[in-house]
Design a protein around this ligand. Structure first.
Ligand SMILES: [Zn+2]
Length: 541
């Protein structure tokens, strides 16, 4: 009896010990989505004024984020407490002092700004440009595939005109990379072109022209540090309405209809000089702006590995207050990307509550100016607040869209690094399938903050609630993009699937802990295109 009693006490002790050990190492799971949505409701509330970089609204949202991070017991890891201040130059077009005129055949056609075309202040617009035009197909040069839209063309001192997109025989990772603003700017600078006119591919436009143009008077931003500003040598950037693009091709012997038909299926495009030249006048109002990234640390538990970092990132900024649509002028950005920021806050709180202590440290990074061209993350990745070589991975979340049940997870970068295998493993364990990007032509992998880390050689991925191509769920996501993406109706009065959000958090929490606890740091796959950005890698880029 006594012996048995002792035995059961020791068994009970073992069980209790076992449970507490389990509790320490287990990942927070079974998120219900509700706590996440409660954070979204705060971050996407009208008082936050759409969180534009540099705005009082974003400052307010930032203060809230920092307060929550403190509650979750995280340590400040910025350059100024939790903050990492970043300097920007903002550029805003004054259309009343700007004009675009097509000249040729003894005629001058004044374009209607906003209707025919619009300036992009992403570039460093010159007050006046007078140049001839050359159509350069997709405007890409991809040495790996021996592909060159500029072969045999002289574009020096000229403005190039291209259709956005890429030919079908270029793998999508390469195509996305070379379509990024930085790569395009670098190529045009090399070739001596003054600037570009881009024509959105009508077959792959996320949002209709009428809505694209609403934002044209909003300020753009560039990093104040000139060494980080890719676009400083691009003196003209214009986006042309595909519905009016025939105007550009008049007298060239080609029609835009022909180009668009070829571009629809990513067919090869011709290259030729256009018959017209362009006279552009741009009046730009510039301002200095300061705004801050937020960096918080969950210290690792392993004496040695705690000096290595897994970054969990999400952009906190959105578009601010803009042109009203249906009487609403606050671009709340609930999905884009209060949803990702809220997910980080919820994860931090859950890790705190369950006392999870991964071996490596985890950095919770809230970046700004994503909507201005990934600038906050670019700054952080170039000037991280921990040693750059100690960052082993970035897991980014941007607009993960839990508006349909989570059955399949879309993983950007699935086959590029070991992180993809890790994501597949944890998702599968949680009953969720994974797929690579089903819409590679949207260039999503280079369109959010993970790309800033990739450019520094750091393995990264980004995940979102996926839909199988052609399914009703995919149609629902497409409809969301058309109606709510970058519109005031991306607010807290839209249907969400809380269970999907909770499941996504389960996966992200498990993945973060897995990577932070792993014996080995993740590596780029030997055949990954993005491997080239490793600091020791040589070759073209
Ligand atoms: Zn966005």
């Amino acid at each position: 009896m006594a012996k048995r009693f002792l035995f059961s006490i020791s068994m009970a002790l073992l069980i209790i010990l076992g449970i507490s050990v389990l509790a320490q190492n287990s990942t927070p799971s079974n998120f219900n989505g509700q706590s996440w949505w409660d954070y979204v409701k705060v971050l996407a509330a009208d008082e936050m004024e759409g969180r534009e970089t540099g705005s009082a609204g974003l400052q307010k949202a930032s203060a809230y984020v920092v307060e929550q991070l403190k509650k979750s017991g995280l340590e400040p890891a910025g350059s100024n407490g939790f903050y990492q201040p970043v300097q920007f130059v903002s550029r805003q077009i004054d259309e009343s002092g700007s004009s675009l005129v097509l000249v040729g055949g003894g005629k001058a056609e004044h374009l209607v700004l906003g209707e025919d075309a619009m300036f992009s202040t992403r570039a460093n617009l010159a007050p006046s440009v007078n140049a001839s035009l050359v159509f350069v197909g997709y405007g890409l040069k991809v040495p790996e595939k021996n592909y060159d839209d500029f072969a045999g063309l002289d574009v020096k001192g000229k403005v190039v005109v291209f259709l956005s997109g890429s030919p079908a025989d270029i793998p999508t990772a390469l195509a996305s990379h070379y379509q990024s603003t930085g790569e395009r700017a670098r190529l045009l600078r090399q070739l001596g072109a003054i600037g570009y006119i881009s024509i959105p591919n009508p077959a792959s436009m996320d949002i209709p022209w009428s809505r694209m143009t609403l934002a044209r008077a909003r300020p753009s931003m560039a990093l104040a540090d000139p060494t980080l500003d890719d676009t400083k040598d691009i003196h003209l950037a214009v986006t042309f309405n595909p519905a009016d693009a025939e105007k550009l091709f008049a007298g060239s012997g080609h029609a835009f209809a022909e180009i668009a038909a070829l571009g629809k299926d990513r067919g090869p495009l011709p290259h030729f000089p256009l018959a017209l030249s362009l006279q552009a006048k741009a009046k730009v109002i510039t301002k200095n702006v300061e705004s801050s990234n937020i960096v918080a640390k969950l210290p690792g538990s392993d004496a040695k590995l705690k000096d290595e970092y897994v970054v969990l990132s999400a952009h906190l900024d959105h578009l601010g207050i803009g042109e009203p649509i249906n009487g609403d002028k606050i671009y709340n950005g609930a999905m884009d990307n209060a949803s990702g920021s809220a997910m980080l806050l919820d994860l931090a709180a859950a890790m705190h509550a369950s006392n999870v202590k991964p071996k490596r440290s985890i950095l919770f990074l809230f970046v700004i100016a994503e909507e201005k061209g990934l600038l906050g993350s670019k700054y952080f990745a170039a000037h991280p607040t921990v040693p750059k070589s100690s960052i082993i991975a970035d897991l980014n979340t941007d607009m993960f869209l839990p508006i349909i049940p989570l059955k399949v997870l879309t993983v950007q970068g699935l086959s590029e690094s070991d992180l993809g295998d890790d994501a597949r493993e944890v998702a599968t364990q949680l009953g969720v399938a994974v797929q690579p990007d089903p819409e590679p032509l949207r260039n999503s992998f280079v369109r959010s903050d993970q790309y800033s880390f990739i450019r520094q050689g750091i393995p990264a991925l980004s995940m979102s609630v996926g839909a199988v191509k052609g399914s009703p769920e995919a149609a629902k996501q497409k409809q969301w993009l058309t109606e709510r993406y970058h519109a005031p109706s991306d607010d807290i009065n839209q249907p969400v699937d809380l269970a999907a959000a909770g499941k996504y958090e389960d996966v992200m929490a498990a993945l973060a802990v897995k990577v932070a606890d792993a014996a080995e740091v993740p590596q780029w796959k030997s055949d990954s295109f993005f491997r080239r950005f490793l600091p020791q890698a040589s070759g073209v880029h």
